[in-house]
Design a binder for this molecule. Structure first.
Ligand SMILES: C[S@@+](CC[C@H](N)C(=O)[O-])C[C@H]1O[C@@H](n2cnc3c(N)ncnc32)[C@H](O)[C@@H]1O
Length: 166
């Protein structure tokens, strides 16, 4: 069973990779913001301003911080918000790489780091004959640097993609 907050320590350790890069920390955007565990434990302390996007109102209502701006609805309808932002979080249950592709399509920044949770591992386990592996999919997003690993307690991958001079 995979819960919103499973492996929070592992997720935060991956997000600490942020400090290896010189990124603009004035603002970050967290799609799939949920009840804001990552926002409260990490993003709101690291970035001056945080944008949270979440489709479930009852979840996002639990985020009440002065430096957080909230948007309720489908992430895709708020894709343009990420255009000029260098730090992006996509902590999804499901497959997130198509959404990341859309972020890259609208991006206007020279650098970008995108942290993710992706459910491909779940699909892989079910469909053993699957032609692709997650490595192929990550490489097809052409990051300059990347990292991913299996979640300690679940059927997902945690990782990040870093882009320079997009
Ligand atoms: C793994 S949870 C996020 C946990 C959150 N990052 C935290 O730290 O508390 C995934 C969230 O994505 C939301 N979600 C799924 N699909 C979405 C979509 N298309 N647009 C917006 N939110 C979505 C779900 O409602 C769920 O709250």
């Amino acid at each position: 069973m995979y819960y919103d907050n499973s492996d929070i320590r592992q997720k935060i350790m991956i997000r600490n990779n942020l400090f290896s890069y010189h990124l603009n920390k004035d603002i970050c955007i967290e799609y799939f913001a949920g009840e804001g565990v990552l926002t409260k434990m990490f993003w709101a302390n690291v970035c001056k301003n945080v944008i949270c996007v979440e489709k479930e109102q009852s979840k996002i209502n639990k985020i009440n911080l002065q430096n957080v701006t909230k948007y309720i609805g489908n992430n895709i309808d708020f894709i343009e918000l990420s255009e000029n932002i260098e730090i992006i979080d996509c902590d999804a249950y499901g497959l997130v790489t198509d959404f990341i592709r859309k972020i890259l399509e609208v991006s206007k920044t020279k650098q970008k780091i995108i942290f993710f949770t992706d459910g491909f591992f779940k699909v892989q386990k079910k469909l053993k004959h699957l032609k692709y592996n997650f490595e192929d999919i990550v490489k097809s997003l052409y990051p300059d640097k990347y990292f991913y690993e299996k979640a300690l307690g679940g059927n997902v991958y945690y990782g990040y993609l870093y882009y320079n001079n997009l």
